[in-house]
Design a protein around this ligand. Sequence first.
Ligand code: FES
Length: 137
Amino acid sequence: MTDHIICKAEEIAEGAARRVRIGGRDIAIFNLGNRFAAITNRCPHEGAELCHGKVAAFISAEGPGEYRTEDEKVMVRCPWHGWEFDLANGRSYCDPNRMRVKTFDVKVSPGETLAEGPYQAEIFEVRTEDDYVVLTL
Ligand code: FES
């Protein structure tokens, strides 16, 4: 597993998405306010880009006139025909066992931890003696 730095967290507005292509995969990353979610950007119905879908909390009802939103269960609605997918597990609302999109792990990391990075340049000792610069290999 390799981490890919996408952008600053603030560059994706709350409720919006960013489309990224990594390793041949088309992925939509959503800012849900208190967390981020990432899914395949292609709707399994007819291929619409889910990054253009509307994000909304799941609404359930106990009876007529009574409803509540479940803020932890957030869906994205496909922009073409309205199929909805749970951003936590990729399952569709209408057929959760057959229709789903792949989900990906996404997190917010402090910049200072990323600055350390896995990469390190080769370092050589350098010192000055009188007016000469000396590089030690
Ligand atoms: S293409 Fe997504 S619901 Fe049809």
